[in-house]
Structures are given as structure tokens and as C-alpha cells.
Design a protein around this ligand. Sequence first.
Ligand code: FCB
Length: 784
Amino acid sequence: MSTASFPEGFEWGVSTSAFQIEGATNIDGRGPSIWDTFSVDRVETCDHYHRYPEDVRLMRELDLGSYRFSMSWPRIFPDGGGEPNAAGLDFYDRLVDELVGAGIKPYATLYHWDLPQALEDRGGWPSRDTALRFADYAAAVHQRLGDRVRTWFTLNEPWVAAFLGHGAGIHAPGRTSAAEAFAAAHHMLLGHGLAVRALREAGAAEVGVVLNISPVMTPAQVSDPGRRASEEDAAAVARIDTLVNRQFLEPVLRGAYPEELLPVIERHGGLGHVHDGDLEIIGQPIDLLGVNYYAPLVVQAQPSEPADPAYPGSDGVLFCTVPTAVTAMGWPIVPGCLSQLLGRLTREYPGLELMITENGADFVDVVTGDGIHDVDRISFIEEHLRALRAALDAGANVRGYLAWTLLDNLEWVDGYQRKFGLVHVDFATQRRRLKDSALWYRDVVRRNGLAETPPKRPTLETVAARAGVSRATVSRVVNGESSVSPEVRTTVMRAVNELGYVPNLAARSLVTRRTNAVALVLSVPRQGGGDALTAAVVQYVTSLLEGAGKQITLMLADTAESHRRIVAHVEARLADGVVLLPPDRADTLAERLSRTGVPVVLLGKPEIASLVPYVDVDNAGGAAAATEHLLERGRRRVGMVCGPMDLVTVQDRLAGHRAALRRAGLQPHLAPADDLTRAAGADAMRRLLADDPALDAVFAATDQLAIGAMRALREAGRRVPDDVAVVGFDDIDAASATTPALTTVRVPVADQALALARLLLSRLEGRHTTSVVLPARLVVRGSA
Ligand code: FCB
């Protein structure tokens, strides 16, 4: 077997979960789940319930052989018990038939976090009875589907459901009690054991469970896994490993809790919920362990650190960020950890068969006329597959790899802003489009492995051959020379695009002897909504400027050292112009660059008044329109969730809001948020309500803040818009996905990017230029 190919019969597929894709939450007798109650986003999501034939067809087109999906418990038991709902079972019956008909092997997960709300109302997972109901549910589903579904996974990631749902309160059902979290975890495990027993008795061929296994390490071990940790750090690592990994692995695979865990549970509410005999039930043999891997957990000892509520007993442990590449989720990308964790499982549980049941990444996607070129997602999966291949070589017994996930979907609390799909979904039309990663994955599946060598980068010669012209002609076109006829230019540019050719210096100078380079300088990180805008700018600025014959040098401005390097680069005239995406907060890079005499254009109004021209949107005008809308609808007690006051956009939006209130003779009522996250929005909203319980409207400086505010309003029992109207700003996608949909101020993303490129071109041509301020338009929806 070559290093890139996988063992014969290795299974390739994707995973999904019911709540995240099905939609159709209140038809055919389905009852509400805890996620319907908890989520502020619209739950129609991908409407897979109706579109499953199309989705199965997509999988078929991608040549996928295996598919892991979950069943929605409240579709089968809307009230948590009694007789199963036949219409709910019918859906999975149709789905399984469709899969089998398409030659795709179904892997069913019984619990992917959507507990029937009726069971939550009777105590939920902290109550022992839920485990018994789970076994009934497993038996009912098996009775209907067991003739076609061979492999059953009981739970998906019980750590997340127990500890984020009951400890940290950031997942449904939103409880915040360490004692309840440990009890929930135990009852999930008990439910697993009871379901294994019920499934086996009913004749199920294979039964397993899916765990999220995160290798835990110190910051230094991320790049150097062999590095020895200090005694204190090693103890911190061991503690978190026990809570996240061993708490679940050992009861299931060895029939016992780790010794060190018992006193921790004892301290948090006691061990009364662990009955004699439970661990024998939990520890019945399984056939297959599903492993979900995304990122490691990085920790070190820090005596003053209080416990993180998601990890009760973690006092004295600091969770660290590490300077590695991250996905848009902020999760570090460390593929080597996948080999490590497979190696560990193989060592500690010899003979256990494993399957990668989830692995994938959220990145910002840009839909262009010719597709979605999600190169980051491709390289994420490719690197993880290489790591998996290495683990197989080292002896791990892994049956297959299921990518997370088929479709962009509803990513739990993060809503629709997260994009994990191989297939893009337009949530307004439900149109599905294959991303490049889907097509790439299809090739992996077809050759049962990775390409032997990475494809060669296309050269000037390849472009010339494809377009049927000389090398010099290609060079003239990429240099924007006017001597080339429009037809030839079109042919060459088509070849350039199809091949993904990036012209190098030699090609640039073959005819003109000029570099013609432009520096695109990105500051990282940028706050709220910054990702989508940055992605659009990179995409559009690059294509417009490249179309005009410029070569783009992408430069990252994140440290003082990088600022020096960028200024030196421009001073040395290695760039004829600069497009700068400045950081959110005041900084001097724009001024330093403009002093070099090279034309510079900026995205966003700079904090420090400057002569450098910029492109921005009319933040004050948009905020005034939003506020006036609330006043026109008769709202009088209008609060504002503000965002950090040192952000220029926030200052401008505040100014517009104030001006509109002043014109109506009203006083502002503000609550600043610490950052632009939903959590900060919820926090600020709670303060506004505490100050003025009769508040009837709120304007939030961003849509993410507004979504947080909606959550806090819901917690406080206020209806939107009946009691309190809400308006946000600038994230039209997120705003379209809430229930009710958010009234928002739309910021033109592509237009800003295009204006920026045009502004620089005018400056390069020596024309006089002034800053461009684009209109921001109010989009009225259900929330106000
Ligand atoms: C896993 C979940 C899955 C999805 C991915 C991103 O923890 O099982 O539903 O949210 O993370």
C-alpha cells in the first residue's frame, strides 16, 4: 500500500445530526426538543426532512459509501413516552430506504442532543428516569429499522451534552449546576448501557457510542508532543483528561469510573446517583467506538485560576490559546493530535475497533460566480487524513472516516454563521452547491486515498498551452497591456482562472520589466463580522486588481515586527500601492505607510483623522434609520446595546442613534458590551432590563449583539417584538436566521471590497481621490 492510499474496504462518508439539518419541527406530530426551546435561531435549517432525496442524491454523486445521521427523539416520542409516533418513524423509514437504495450504508445515532422537552420538564438527564426512557426509545426505533440498519450509536458526545448543557449552561437545556452535570453524564452513560442491552436483545448487529476525544496537552507540547511537562502542568493535563476523556472511556470500556474522578463527583453533589450495578450495565461490550476529533485542549497549571463551569473540579487549571493556525471557530488546527489519540486508544484498549465519526472545519466561505473555493477546508481534511493514515501504519484499527459535515447547517448556539459543510446551503432558497472541498473529497473516495503528490502549480507555459497563445502574450495579458485584443485577453484570462494560475514575478516582468505589485495588508484578528468582510475583500480586491494586471502580495499585520517588515517592504518600493485592512483599534500603520509616498487606501474610517482615503459604510446614517424605525413604530423606551466604545464603527453607530433620539426629544439609555459576541450582547441586555424593566425597544450595534440580546430577553420572559422590539446591524446572514428574523441594517460587503479596489486603481493612475462612504440600508423583518 502506498503512503497515500487507504486499506481496502476503508469506509468514506459524512455525518450529520437531526436537529442541525431536518427542520420541519412542528409537523407530523413531532414534539419540541430542548434545542427548539433554547435556540434563538430559526430552526427550519436545511429542511432535510423534505429534501432528503436530494441530499441522498448529493451523497451518491460524491460516491460516499457511509452516512451517519441521528434520529430526533421527539419525532418518535413527542411526549417522551407512551406509544411511538408512527409518522416520525415513517420519516426514518423513508430515509433509510433511500440510503440503502443508493448503496449507502446507514449508521444511526440515537441521541445527538435533542432531548424531548417533555422529558426535560420531568427532570431531564439529571433524573434517572430519562435513562430508562432512552432504552425504550432505542428499542422502538430498532424495531422499525433494525432490518436495514446494522450499526447503532447510542450517544453523541455525552461530555458536551452533560457539561456544556448542565454545567456551563451554554448548550440546551442551559442549566448551570456542577452536580446536575455529573448526574446528567452518569444517566447518559446508564442510558447508553440500557440501550446497548435493549438493542442486543432485539438482535442489533453492531452497537457503539460516539465520544469527543480531545488530546490534552501543555502549550509547549502542541508543537513538540514529546516535551516533558513540569509536575504541576502534568497534573493539570491529567485532571482535564480525566474529566473530558476518561470519565466516558473507562466506564464504557472498562466498567469503572477513573479512581481520581470519584472524589471530584463526591465534592459536587455526591455520588448518590450512581447505583449498584450501574457500571456493569454501562460497561457491556461494544463493537465500535466512534471518535469525534476537532482540536486538542491546551492547559497549564495556574494556582489562582477558578474552575471553569464546563469542567467542574478544574480550579488551578488555565485553558490556553496557542499561536497555531485556527479555524474560524478559533479552534487550533493540530492534525498530529489525531494520530496521537488513535495511538493512545489502540494502546489502552487493544482490539477495539474505531471509526472517525466526525472531523471537519468551519471557515468563512465566499460564493463566487465560479464556485466556492474553500481551500482551507480542503487542506484541513487532507492534513487530518494524512495523520489518520500514519495512525493506520502504526497499527490503529480504524474502519472509516466520516467528515463533518454534508451541509452547512444550524451549528447549535452559534447559529448559521458557522460553515462546516462540504455543500453550501443558501438558507433563503435552500439551494445546495458543492464546494470545492466536496469535489476534492469525491476524488479521495474514488481513489481510496490521497493524491500521491500534491498537484503541480500551473506555470506560464501551462496557461499558454491551454489558451493556445505564446508565453509573451500571456505575460502581456497578466500585465494589463493594452496591445492585446479583447478576444485574446478573454481566452487567456479564462485559462488563468480555470488553472488557478498565480502569476509570478518572472511572468510579470517578461514584457514590462515592472513588478506591478500591490500589497494587501490584513490586520488580524478583526472583531465581529470582520471575518466575512475580510474574506470578501481578499477575494474581490485580488480578482479586480489581478484583472488589472497587478500582482498581489498578501501581508499579515499582527505584531510590531510585522509592521516594521511591511513598512520596509513598501519603502523598498516592492509595492506600488497598498490596500490596508486596519485593526479595529487605533494604530499607526496607515500613517507610517502613507509617509512612504506610496498610494494607500483603507477599509473603514480610521480612528485618527487622516489624509489617507478610505471606504466605509454610513454607520451613523444606518443607526439613525434603525432608531427612527423603532420610534415610528411607537416605541418610546429605547435602549442601546453598544459594543466596546473604542471601536470607530461603534462610536459612529452610537452617534447616529443619539442624533435620532435627540430629534425626537428622547434621552439615550446605553449598555456597553465588552466585545461583539452574543454572550456580551446578552449581558448588556440584562443590564438594560435591570435599569428599566419597562424598556420596549433595543437597538444593538451589531447583529451578534442583537442575537445575544434576544436570548436574554427570552430568558427574562419578554416576547420579541410584542414586548420589546429589536434591531441589529451588519450581519445579514445571522439576522435572517433568528426567530423572529431580525430587523437589521445591511452593510454591503462586496461593494465595499470593490470600492476599495477601484479607489486604489484611481490612486495608482494618479487621479485625485476622496473617501467613499456607501449607504447602509434598513431591512425590516419580524423583530421590529
Ligand atoms: C461536534 C458536534 C456536531 C457539530 C460539530 C462542529 O461537537 O457533534 O454536532 O456541532 O461539533
